[in-house]
Design a protein around this ligand. Structure first.
Ligand code: HEC
Length: 156
C-alpha cells in the first residue's frame, strides 16, 4: 500500500474549498522553486532567463571594467566549489541562484565572510544575474585537463 497517498487522502478530506486553493497555490509556488536546470521549463514557468555565453564570460573572467571579480576566482572552475569557504554554485537550481544573488545585492542575505559576496553582487545588473544563473545551472563540472570534482557535487 502506498502510505503516502493514504495520508494525503486523509488530510485532504479535512480541507475547505479555500484551503484547497491555498494548498494548490503553495504547491504551484513550490514546484516553481524546485524546477531544475532545464531552462526551457524555467522560462515556460514565467521566469526571466539569461544568455548562457554572457554568463559564462562573467563566471570565467568577471567584468574588470565594472569591478566584478570572476566567480571562478573564489568558487572554483565553473563554480564547483572550494571548501570550506566557497560553496558550490555550479549545478544549483536556476531559481535558487537568482534569488540568492538578489538577496546579496539588496542586503537581505549577509552571512558572507567579510562581505565577499555582497561586494560582487552589488555591482551586478538583473541581466548579469540571469546570465550567470543560466550558465551555472548547467555548467560542466570538469575540464579537459582535470576530471576530478569534489565528491559532494550532485549528479544530474
Ligand atoms: C571574493 C570571493 C567571491 C567571488 C569573486 C564570488 N563569490 Fe559567491 N560567495 C563567496 C562566499 C564566501 C560565499 C559563501 C557565503 C556563505 O558563507 O554563505 C558565496 C556564496 C555564493 C552563493 C550562495 C551559494 C549558496 O549555496 O547559498 C552564490 C549563488 C554565489 N556566491 C554566486 C556567485 C557568483 C555568480 C559570482 C560571480 C559573479 C560569485 N559568487 C563571486 C565568495 C565569492
Amino acid at each position: 500500500m502506498d502510505t503516502t497517498m493514504f495520508i494525503m487522502n486523509t488530510n485532504a478530506k479535512g480541507l475547505s474549498a479555500q484551503d484547497r486553493l491555498d494548498v494548490a497555490a503553495y504547491a504551484g509556488s513550490l514546484s516553481k522553486e524546485l524546477v531544475s536546470s532545464d531552462m526551457a521549463q524555467v522560462k515556460e514557468l514565467g521566469n526571466p532567463v539569461g544568455v548562457r555565453h554572457l554568463g559564462k564570460a562573467l563566471v570565467m573572467y568577471g567584468a574588470p571594467d565594472r569591478g566584478i571579480t570572476s566567480c571562478y576566482s573564489c568558487h572554483g572552475f565553473n563554480g564547483r566549489g572550494a571548501a570550506p569557504v566557497y560553496p558550490m554554485i555550479g549545478g544549483q537550481k536556476y531559481v535558487y541562484l537568482v534569488s540568492q544573488l538578489k538577496k546579496w545585492r539588496d542586503g537581505s542575505r549577509t552571512n558572507d565572510p567579510m562581505g565577499q559576496m555582497r561586494v560582487v553582487a552589488e555591482k551586478m545588473t538583473d541581466e548579469d544575474i540571469y546570465n550567470v544563473a543560466t550558465y551555472l545551472t548547467s555548467a560542466p563540472r570538469t575540464t579537459m585537463g582535470n576530471s576530478r570534482v569534489p565528491s559532494d557535487y550532485p549528479e544530474h
